[in-house]
Write a new protein. Structure first.
Length: 185
C-alpha cells in the first residue's frame, strides 16, 4: 500500500465517458482504490480537489474517505524547495516560475508521505525536472504521468507503485555503453 498524491487534473478528468482522458483518469482512481492505496489530502490539495472535480471523482473521494483510504498531511511549505525550483528556471521565465510555485505542494506532500504522485500534467513535471541536480530527497519521487503511456501508470498503481527508474521525477543518467574495438572503427 502506498500513499499517493493525486493532482487535481486527475480529479477533473475522471468521469464515466470513454474519452481517453476521462477513462484513464477513472481507471487510475479505481486502481488506487482497489489496490488499497491511500490518497494524500492536505489543505492546498483539498482546495484544488474541491474546485476541480467531476461528479465521478467527488463520489470516489467520498468512498475513499469512508474506506479510510486517505491520509491527512498537515501542510508545511518547503521554502528551500521553492527557492531551488525557481533558481533552476531562467529569470525572465515568470510564467514558468508561477506554474512551478502553483504546483510545488505536489512535491511537498509527496516528499512528506509516500513519495508517489499521479498526474496528467507533464508540463509541471518537466519544469520540476529542470531543478533535478539540486533537488536532494525530492529526486526519487515517483511520478505516474497519464499523458505518456496511461496503461503503464495504471498497471504501476495496480502492482503497488513499486519504485521504477522510468517513473522517478529525476531519472538516473543513462549509462554510457562501452564500444568494442570493432564498433569504434
Amino acid at each position: 500500500m502506498s500513499d499517493i498524491v493525486i493532482d487535481a487534473d486527475i480529479m477533473r478528468s475522471a468521469g464515466k465517458t470513454e474519452h481517453p482522458h476521462s477513462s484513464n483518469a477513472r481507471k487510475v482512481l479505481e486502481a488506487i482504490r482497489d489496490a488499497g492505496h491511500r490518497m494524500v489530502q492536505c489543505a492546498p490539495l483539498k482546495v484544488e480537489h474541491d474546485i476541480h472535480h467531476s461528479r465521478y471523482s467527488s463520489l470516489w473521494r467520498t468512498n475513499m474517505i469512508s474506506r479510510k483510504q486517505w491520509i491527512r498531511w498537515e501542510y508545511t511549505q518547503d521554502a528551500e524547495l521553492r527557492v531551488t525550483l525557481i533558481a533552476a528556471l531562467p529569470e525572465e521565465a515568470t510564467g514558468q516560475q508561477k506554474a512551478v510555485l502553483k504546483d510545488a505542494h505536489l512535491l511537498e506532500a509527496a516528499a512528506a508521505t509516500g513519495k508517489r504522485i499521479v498526474s496528467r500534467d507533464s508540463t509541471a513535471r518537466n519544469l520540476f525536472r529542470c531543478a533535478c541536480p539540486n533537488l536532494g530527497h525530492h529526486r526519487n519521487i515517483q511520478w505516474g504521468d497519464l499523458t505518456s503511456v496511461p496503461a503503464n501508470v495504471i498497471q504501476w498503481v495496480k502492482d503497488g507503485c513499486v519504485e521504477r527508474d522510468d517513473f522517478k521525477l529525476c531519472p538516473p543518467p543513462l549509462k554510457a555503453v562501452k564500444k568494442t574495438a570493432r564498433e569504434r572503427s
